[in-house]
Ligand binder design. Structure first.
Ligand code: KIV
Length: 273
């Protein structure tokens, strides 16, 4: 069986992602929130590691991404940064750290960059946050935009169904994508929108477009690590491909351990001093 090594030998930067778009080489992106998984992802050759505010759900057990704080995001991002040598590390700006005004946004952005050492930030929204995005960009901090089903707005949407299926929302999304690219965002995430719309955005804007539930005709894909590893079996949207059933595997290992302890099979003679 022939294997295709997609791991280029250099550190991934925003410029490398731009080159990948031009060469039509797809960008792989996954979330990580801790040192150990970040090291595995980086060694495996993933291009971009997102310290997503999905940590609110998968690491802290909240129902939405809203409760996670700036301090918590900095904690997760710092752990990831200690592990990563090659991937570009993008850190989500959490809900409430940038929506107020552009001064609050730049102060939050600077805290994340200084205290975690992350390489770039991701922010949800379009025209509403453009001033804050511009101010952060003008401080020399790379920003990735995020449009479509933006989980920080779940209370406005009221549901996690596909976004931008209607003309007005679709045309606002296209305008927002152009605006974010125009002010200087280095990439965009499009979440849970029709594949045709995502393909149109990826064709029209010059920056890389990374999809999650946005079809194949974009410049790359992102998934939440815990979902693709099957740690959370309750979450199974159509767009999710599960590569593992870690929940079952870990449960099996833990049960075997409990059994070994109770039956006094563990530790054996070789496992003691
Ligand atoms: O927080 C996150 O994990 C994300 C991805 C779903 C893109 O924003």
């Amino acid at each position: 069986m022939s294997t295709y090594n997609t791991v280029p030998p250099k550190k991934i930067t925003t410029h490398v992602l731009q080159e990948m778009k031009l060469k039509q080489e797809k960008i792989s992106m996954l979330t990580a929130y801790d040192f150990s998984f970040a090291r595995i992802l980086d060694n495996a050759g993933v291009d971009v590691i997102l310290v997503g505010d999905s940590a609110s759900n998968v690491m802290s057990g909240y129902n939405t991404t809203l409760p996670i704080t700036l301090d918590m995001m900095i904690y997760h991002a710092s752990a990831v940064m200690r592990a990563v040598k090659r991937a570009l590390v993008v850190v989500d700006m959490p809900f409430g750290s940038y929506q107020g005004n552009s001064l609050e946004a730049i102060q939050s952005a600077i805290r994340i960059m200084k205290e975690s050492g992350g390489n770039a930030l991701k922010m949800e929204g379009g025209s509403e946050i453009l001033e804050s995005v511009s101010r952060i960009l003008s401080a020399g901090i790379p920003v990735m935009g995020h449009l479509g089903l933006t989980p920080q707005s779940i209370h406005k949407f009221g549901t996690y169904v596909v976004r931008a299926t209607q003309e007005d929302e679709a045309s606002k999304l296209v305008e927002d994508a152009h605006a974010l690219a125009r002010v200087g965002c280095f990439a965009l995430v499009l979440e849970k929108i029709p594949a045709k719309l995502a393909a149109r955005v990826a064709r029209e804007v010059k920056i890389p477009v990374i999809g999650i539930g946005a079809g194949a005709e974009v410049d790359g894909q992102v998934l939440v690590l815990h979902d693709m590893l099957g740690i959370n079996q309750k979450f199974s949207p159509r767009f999710l491909r599960r590569y593992h059933n870690l929940q079952e595997e870990v449960t099996g290992s833990v049960k075997a351990y409990i059994n070994d302890v109770k039956s006094m099979d563990f530790p054996n003679e070789r496992e003691q001093y």
